[in-house]
Design a protein around this ligand. Structure first.
Ligand code: M6R
Length: 366
């Protein structure tokens, strides 16, 4: 049931604060001093010894994997590769019993991800699943794993599953880092504290809904969109662009902002909307100069910034303020307005938001 919402997608976007509370329940203690993903503790030996992690996934789950790479490399100091399951399975990859494969899938039924798991298992790798759908094929074909516990996702465009996946990946990185002693205690406590405040900050991000709905009216008839981010925000840019493509059928590309000067900046003119994730974190000054480069070519900048930002608001055509959090958890906040932007543009265009053309919720064929 849509619970009073016009579409499942909007319901699922709005549900995210509670989904993330459910996802963290029983895994972080009330004092905020410990994070325990039981699958990690149960297989501690294997995971702590791993020489390399390989994340396999498709679509939105692959975007969550890119954030997972950043988290695991930063805090656990283990090299991580992120692979499209469809490429990995046909590439005769170098993989052995020292590798841990993390398979991420909302449905737990994606054919390419299942085949990638199968291949990695035959090569002797240890397989860890991150899934939503309980009892589906992927959790049954892995050695262990963690469910994201965000409830059934009906809309074809994945929303709450993405934030659930990122939350589990953050808890996974924290649990491993603590056990590996690759994170100092102050940093650990700071991130856990921030993680606990994410649901409330998500509520605030959702309050941008009306503002985003009016922006959608301005850009309904745009033919192209560019999405830019750096660091942890780069996968968010990819995810924002994918959401727009799949439900509004507008061509959209996500790029790491600094790559613009290597080609795509040639696309910028007064017709080109450029969505920039420019929250206050380590990459702020860099992204600020990327915005200046776009404005110099007359691009129309829609910037998502941290509350109280007074610099970018003077530069960007449109500026939306979001609650600030620690850099590695920023995707959990910045993704929400991009989901809303895609949703409202698709609604303005009269598209079938929950069942976009040519797409299925579970891709069970390759
Ligand atoms: O169920 P999965 O997470 O394995 O699905 C992977 C992709 O098919 C899925 O994320 C797809 O990209 C979504 N429609 C994106 O919104």
């Amino acid at each position: 049931e849509k619970g009073g919402y016009p579409h499942f997608m909007l319901k699922e976007i709005f549900e995210q604060p509670n989904c993330i509370r459910d996802c963290m329940r029983g895994r972080i203690n009330v004092e905020g001093t410990n994070v325990v993903l039981s699958a990690i503790i149960d297989h501690k030996e294997k995971l702590l010894k791993a020489k390399r992690f390989i994340i396999v996934a498709c679509g939105t789950s692959w975007h969550a994997g890119l954030i997972g790479k950043h988290l695991i490399e930063s805090y656990c100091r283990i090299p991580v590769e992120v692979e499209y399951a469809s490429e990995f399975r046909y590439r005769d990859p170098v993989i052995d019993e020292n590798d841990v494969v993390i398979a991420i899938s909302q449905s737990g039924e994606t054919a390419d991800t299942l085949a990638a798991i199968d291949l990695a298992r035959r090569c002797g790798a240890f397989i860890y699943g991150i899934c939503n759908s309980v009892g589906s094929s992927i959790p049954r074909s892995t050695h262990t794993g963690s469910y994201i516990h965000v409830g059934p996702e009906i809309g074809v465009a994945s929303t709450k599953a993405f934030t659930g996946q990122v939350t589990v990946l953050a808890m996974l990185a924290l649990t491993l880092a603590k056990n590996k002693q690759t994170i100092n205690n102050n940093e650990f406590l700071k991130i856990v504290g921030e993680l606990m405040s994410i649901p409330d900050k998500m509520e605030k991000a959702i309050q941008t809904n009306n503002q985003i709905a009016s922006i959608a009216k301005v850009f309904t008839y745009a033919h192209n969109f560019i999405y830019l981010g750096r660091g942890y925000s780069y996968p968010v840019a990819l995810e924002g662009a994918l959401k727009l493509k799949e439900i509004s059928y507008i061509h959209a590309e996500g790029y790491p902002a600094a790559e613009m000067k290597h080609g795509p900046i040639a696309l910028i003119d007064e017709e080109m909307p450029v969505v920039v994730i420019a929250t206050h974190n380590g990459m702020y000054d860099k992204i600020l100069s990327n915005i200046q480069e776009i404005k110099a070519r007359k691009g129309r900048v829609i910037a998502f910034v941290s509350e109280g930002d007074e610099v970018i608001s003077k530069l960007a055509d449109i500026c939306i303020e979001l609650p600030q959090t620690t850099e590695c958890l920023d995707p959990l906040i910045t993704t929400i307005p991009l989901q809303l932007l895609a949703y409202h543009i698709a609604v303005c265009k009269g598209k079938d938001v929950d069942q976009p053309r040519n797409l299925a919720k579970s891709v069970t064929v390759e």
